[in-house]
Design a protein around this ligand. Structure first.
Ligand SMILES: Nc1ncnc2c1ncn2[C@@H]1O[C@H](COP(=O)(O)OP(=O)(O)OP(=O)(O)O)[C@@H](O)[C@H]1O
Length: 278
């Protein structure tokens, strides 16, 4: 029997790669995520957009099985956090963050940066890799336009090249979902546009994993990303299909200022630009 105010428990859909049910994350007196419910299905490509401090990275850490809810229920790849060995779960998740990038030794050969993902390590030591692994690593580098850099050392790459190598690395283990935390941060206009185009191609690949991309900027939403979650103060302002969610009104609420939005229709999907309303 349900008492007044109780909410019935729903099991996540069998296809859900992420299912959050009223997830709250507290640290001291701060509430980083506030009773957030959100579901991501296998064939969906999500962008999570919000201002600084909205809780985006925190949300990604829950999705990456690196942080447990203070309250509420979180399922990742069908497993409930708190009731599963996260060390078995994490290899099934691709994660690209600046922290992972910072751990890669500058002297590491680019091909090895991708290859070592097969062992879940950064920095090649004495592991051996078979020819299939080497071929896959090369194919991934090619797919992200950095195949010709395979023999360079990571420390010699530009920021844009590093970002593409990191994404290739995240895909090496054939993850069931790929989480990208601000992949275009620090890129120049050309680098951003190139990355957006490649992520748009990845989004269109039916064999690609579920994708979740965190950003501050609507300009970085790759065409073909199907869904959007707008986050502010640890809460969802709006969530659903991208064209329904990315509106001037919703963005103005999310960023706390009046904004105007332009939408450009392209064959691959929509591109957006936003600016303050005059
Ligand atoms: N351990 C902690 N203790 C207290 N507050 C924290 C802790 N970690 C994060 N926060 C706060 O929680 C809020 C959300 O942080 P989070 O990094 O998830 O935001 P974000 O949306 O990713 O921000 P940004 O866009 O600036 O990277 C921020 O206000 C941050 O200061």
């Amino acid at each position: 029997m349900l008492l007044d105010g109780d909410v019935p428990e729903h099991d996540p859909s069998p296809d859900a790669v992420i299912a959050l049910d009223r997830v709250t994350i507290r640290r001291g007196d701060s509430v980083l995520l506030d009773a957030l419910s959100w579901q991501v299905e296998l064939d969906e490509r999500w962008v999570v957009l919000g201002p600084n401090g909205a809780g985006k990275t925190t949300l990604l850490q829950v999705a990456a099985a690196q942080m447990h809810p203070s309250s509420g229920r979180a399922y990742v790849l069908g497993e409930r956090l708190g009731a599963v060995d996260v060390f078995e779960l994490r290899p099934r998740i691709g994660l690209t963050t600046s922290q992972v990038s910072g751990r890669v030794p500058a002297s590491e050969r680019v091909l090895d940066v991708v290859l070592t993902a097969a062992w879940g390590v950064v920095g090649r030591f004495t592991e051996t890799y078979d020819e299939m692994d080497v071929t896959r690593a090369r194919e991934l580098l090619e797919a992200f336009g950095v195949g010709q850099l395979a023999h360079r050392t990571y420390g010699t790459l530009s920021e844009g090249e590093r970002k593409r190598v990191q994404i290739a690395r995240s895909l090496m283990t054939d993850p069931e979902m790929l989480l990208l935390d601000e992949p275009a941060a620090g890129l120049d206009l050309g680098g951003r546009e190139d990355l957006v185009r490649r992520l748009s191609q990845l989004a269109a690949d039916p064999d690609a994993p579920a994708l979740v991309l965190v950003t501050h900027h609507v300009e970085e939403i790759p065409p073909g990303f199907t869904h959007a979650l707008l986050l502010a103060d640890g809460q969802a302002v709006a969530a659903g299909l991208t064209p329904d969610v990315i509106t001037a009104d919703n963005l103005s609420k999310t960023f706390g200022m009046p904004l105007t939005l332009d939408r450009q229709v392209t064959p691959a999907g929509d591109r957006y630009t936003a600016r303050a309303a005059s």
